[in-house]
Design a protein around this ligand. Structure first.
Ligand code: ADP
Length: 636
């Protein structure tokens, strides 16, 4: 170890000599003398000694001034000062300026020796502490770098950018010459080079290795870092590499997905434990980022496919988010609603669609969170069937199909039926007339009377059918619908009265509690009678002997609600959606003998809808049915 140099700044040659001969030299230190402050400072700056013994009272420059000058210049040499006065201010001032120890003059050599030893010991401790701090600071910087890189990598969603940034970071952090990122091809079980830095193009493209017999594969197989140096590295990779470090990349759900590697080809500088530590931290971030980017890419591809399908689908499709802002409006929708030139994306549906009926439907679904459907006539004369369905997490989707041709067919059919029905009436009346005349023109035997009865029954059925058909035609066309203010309670009362004998005949209990208040609606009394007639008639028809039927009506927040309940046959839920269709009859052993045209409920529905109301059924086979309708009430 080199001899330690001690600078003595002291104006007394005797003290200089005493220190040199009795203190420093015996301990193996080399004394350097300065007889005033200025010279001492100069030497301290030019050839920094290991220790300074500084007298406080000096010519040219005081001891305090020397300490100040040293501190200003950031010179960190341990200083022991000597003084004749034990002045607290002076001592405090000197310590503040960085002095380590002091000795009062006159001192004996032993005292100074001990002070010197203490100063060197503290200096060592200081040095070690500084080294440790430096080391900690470096580690902190490295960790900060890993963290910053990790954050920047995980925030990326573009796979290529993620991969390139990871490799760049790996090279930068380990100070390597080359870096590479190999991903696992699940199908072939091979690792292929996906991103690289510093490696030449040809090598990049051809690098494809098997997991089970390659060094990179070993990292993945064993789930541990592979660190090789010198010959080992060269032999293992087959090309001129002097040091390498491979780390497995593991994604939380999928396990091993690839390998991150750094290589030194020229310098041969080996990689260290520290490199493993840093690269492992990076590999963890990288694996998550790669997986995120992959998932995002896959989701993006699927989304794009789906959007293409929806865009080009024949049906009209509009998707809005939870706040009714347009997310998608396909080509068919733009064409149908005449929105070709408008930029709709992210615009509120209320502004985007020029059809109040559709806007109201959206508002209704938003409020009720239930799907709804309706027919929507467009300005160009076409009619669409529109359904809006709420979709959790997305918003609402409108789908519309063009049903103009079906509406036209329906109209032609209704017209045809009405014409035919009308034309059938005259010959039927004639047949009925002649049948009535038969008994008057001569006596009939029993069999002839039986045949006449059957013919009459059939004529009644046909007449009923024709009258129902004509009725429904007229209702749908809006004929015979003069509206007046009428009391629904009164209508029900009359019909219940008319049906009482029929119910009694079947020994059924018919219950009706008249309402105490008027149940006023704006309606056509004849048609409303027809509604009650059909509902009550059905309840009696489809309820066995001894059953119970009850009718109720009440006012509820601006509406009149009527229920006709029975404990009869009931209707299976699969058939309930169709019973309001024309000619639909439930076919079963129990209903086989019950006569009907299948038009009663269709008439009910048509009438109620013409009155701006709604009709529905709740029913269970074997338990019974409740038919209900609601009409807007007319404030009395
Ligand atoms: P129908 O002339 O056949 O009675 P409707 O249109 O009135 O025709 O009724 C359609 C079908 O609905 C009936 O055939 C019957 O099967 C069923 N239906 C109607 N009302 C009831 C009821 N109260 N209980 C059980 N089934 C009923």
């Amino acid at each position: 170890m080199a001899q330690k140099r001690v600078l003595i700044i002291e104006d007394s040659p005797e003290t200089q000599q005493l220190l040199a001969e009795l203190v420093l030299e015996p301990s193996g230190y080399r004394p350097i003398a300065a007889l005033n402050g200025e010279d001492g400072l100069q030497i301290a700056l030019d050839e920094p000694p290991d220790l300074i013994i500084l007298d406080m009272q000096l010519p040219k420059m005081s001891g305090i001034a020397v300490l100040e000058a040293l501190q200003q210049r950031d010179v960190d040499i341990p200083v022991i000062f000597t003084t004749i006065r034990e002045s607290p201010e002076l001592i405090v001032q000197a310590f503040r300026l960085g002095a380590r120890d002091y000795v009062i003059k006159p001192f004996d050599p032993q005292e100074m020796q001990e002070a010197i030893q203490r100063a060197f010991a503290t200096a060592r401790v200081h040095e070690e502490r500084d080294q440790l701090t430096q080391q900690l600071q470096r580690q902190l910087q490295e960790l900060n770098a890993v963290y910053a890189i990790g954050r920047s990598v995980t925030s990326l969603l573009d796979l290529n950018r993620v991969l390139n940034r990871v490799v760049e970071a790996a090279v930068y952090m380990t100070d390597a010459e080359e870096g590479m990122l190999l991903l696992l091809d699940d199908e072939s079980g091979e690792l292929y080079l996906r991103a690289a830095k510093g490696i030449d193009e040809k090598a990049v493209r051809s690098l494809r290795v098997r997991v089970d017999d390659s060094t990179a594969g070993r990292a993945l197989r064993t789930d541990r870092p592979v660190l090789l140096t010198g010959e080992q590295a060269k032999v293992s990779t087959g090309y001129l590499v002097k040091a390498l470090l491979y780390l497995p990349l593991r994604a939380p759900e999928r396990g091993g997905i690839g390998v991150l590697g750094v290589v030194n080809r020229e310098t041969g500088r080996p990689f260290s434990e520290r490199d493993i530590f840093l690269l492992s931290a990076l590999a963890d971030y990288a694996a998550i980022a790669i997986e995120n980017a992959r998932l995002f890419e896959a989701a993006e591809v699927e989304r794009a496919k789906l959007e293409a399908v929806l865009q080009e689908a024949q049906g009209v499709i509009i998707v809005v988010d939870e706040n009714d802002k347009v997310l998608l409006c396909n080509t068919a929708a733009r064409a149908a609603l005449n929105l070709a030139e408008t930029d709709l994306l992210r615009h509120p549906i209320g502004e985007a669609i020029p059809y109040p009926s559709l806007r109201e439907m959206f508002a209704q679904v938003r409020e009720t969170e239930k799907a709804t459907h309706s027919e929507v006539p467009l300005k160009d004369g076409r009619t669409f069937n529109a359904q809006i369905t709420p979709i959790e997490g997305v918003g609402r989707v409108l789908v519309m199909q063009d049903i103009t041709h079906l509406k036209e067919l329906d109209r032609i059919k209704s017209e045809f039926v009405a014409t035919v029905s009308h034309d059938l009436r005259t010959p039927l009346t004639t047949i009925q007339g002649y049948i009535e005349l038969l008994p008057r023109v001569g006596p009939l035997n029993e069999q002839q009377q039986e045949f006449i009865l059957r013919a009459r029954e059939s004529i009644e059925t046909i007449t009923e059918l024709i009258s129902d058909l004509l009725d429904i035609g007229r209702i749908e066309a809006g004929f015979d619908l003069e509206m007046t203010s009428c009391d629904l309670g009164q209508v029900i009362e009359e019909i219940v009265g008319e049906f009482r004998p029929r119910a009694e005949h079947k020994k059924q209990e018919l219950h009706w509690q008249p309402s105490e208040t008027l149940l006023l609606v704006q309606g056509n009394p004849n048609r409303l009678r027809q509604v009650m007639d059909n509902l009550l008639g059905n309840a009696i028809k489809y309820t066995q002997e001894g059953g119970r039927i009850s009718v109720s009506a009440s006012e509820d927040t601006g509406h009149i609600v009527v229920h006709v309940a029975d404990n009869g046959l009931g209707i299976h839920h699969t058939q309930q959606p169709y019973i309001f269709d024309k000619f639909y009859r439930v076919e079963s052993d129990e209903t086989a003998d019950i006569k009907g045209t299948g038009l009663g409920l269709a008439i009910v529905k048509a009438v109620i809808e013409k009155h701006n109301g709604r009709v529905w059924v709740e029913s269970k086979p074997g338990i019974g049915s409740v038919f209900s309708f609601v009409l807007p009430s007319l404030e009395a």
